[in-house]
Design a protein around this ligand. Structure first.
Ligand SMILES: C[S@@+](CC[C@H](N)C(=O)[O-])C[C@H]1O[C@@H](n2cnc3c(N)ncnc32)[C@H](O)[C@@H]1O
Length: 245
């Protein structure tokens, strides 16, 4: 069996690109912030007989925290747009799938407030330890770090009011099946928001791993969602919203 190991250092970034994206509305576009911040993402891809298995180098959060949690990231990741797409009420329960070092967990925590809950889901044990140790710094909500296998968010049925996955959907192997599991975990009326890199972004995950927005829409549709591509002004990312009507 052919067994090739490749090591990629990849970048998830905002920048100055003028990506052409279809929009669900013609709302005014906020001017792009013209910053080229970089978020490194290290991963190893093992190729076994033509099948790729992604073994992520996410075992040391200290390698990522400074960039992933940098306050300047707000200037290109536009977390307020991601939060707005979820339309959460105070006291809501929300899941962040691939929570990493908690950048979006902190924003979600603020949105749901001290009566709310953020389930911070990650497949990497080191990220869960990091999130557990940091939970007091992640805002007013109850923070519930949850380690999962890579195949499922492991949410009980009808558990959450909303879910997000930011810069992580391209890591999921069986995405249509995974989308069904997220759908089951959402309460009716809940939304699943997927933010990931444009295929032609200046930097981001290895090009071979990037997903067209249309492909992500198909994944979510196959999972049962009504899907729209959201209006946003992130320079190098798209945002897909799946509705559980
Ligand atoms: C590029 S990082 C993004 C972290 C965070 N969402 C952010 O934007 O700052 C991807 C994260 O997803 C996690 N991850 C990768 N594959 C996963 C899977 N199948 N299920 C859950 N988490 C996963 C990794 O451990 C890592 O923490």
């Amino acid at each position: 069996m052919r067994h090739t190991t490749l090591l990629f250092m990849s970048l998830v970034t905002g920048g100055m690109m003028g990506c052409k994206k279809p929009r669900e509305s013609a709302a005014p576009v906020v001017e792009n912030s013209k910053v080229a911040e970089q978020v490194p993402e290290q991963e190893q891809v093992h190729i076994h007989g033509g099948h790729e298995h992604h073994h992520h180098g996410f075992d040391d959060p200290t390698k990522f925290e400074n960039q992933w949690n940098a306050p300047e990231r707000d200037r290109w990741q536009h977390p307020e747009e991601i939060i707005a797409a979820l339309a959460l009420s105070p006291g809501a329960t929300v899941a962040d799938i691939g929570a990493g070092t908690g950048y979006m967990v902190a924003h979600l925590s603020k949105a749901v407030g001290d009566r709310g809950t953020v389930i911070a889901i990650d497949a990497a044990p080191a990220m869960i330890t990091y999130l557990t140790n940091r939970s007091a710094d992640l805002g007013p909500a109850k923070i519930v770090p949850q380690q999962v296998s890579g195949e499922s968010p492991e949410l009980p049925d009808d558990r959450v009011d909303g879910a997000i996955t930011v810069n992580t959907w391209h890591h999921i192997n069986e995405r249509e099946t995974y989308a069904k599991k997220v759908y089951s975990g959402l309460k009716r009326g809940g939304k699943f928001v997927v933010v990931d890199s444009e295929v032609d972004a200046e930097s981001g995950p290895p090009k071979a791993m990037r997903l067209e927005a249309g492909r992500v829409m198909q994944d979510l549709e196959a999972g049962g969602f009504r899907v729209v591509i959201a209006h946003e002004s992130m320079p190098q990312h798209y945002m897909i919203v799946g509705h559980k009507d």
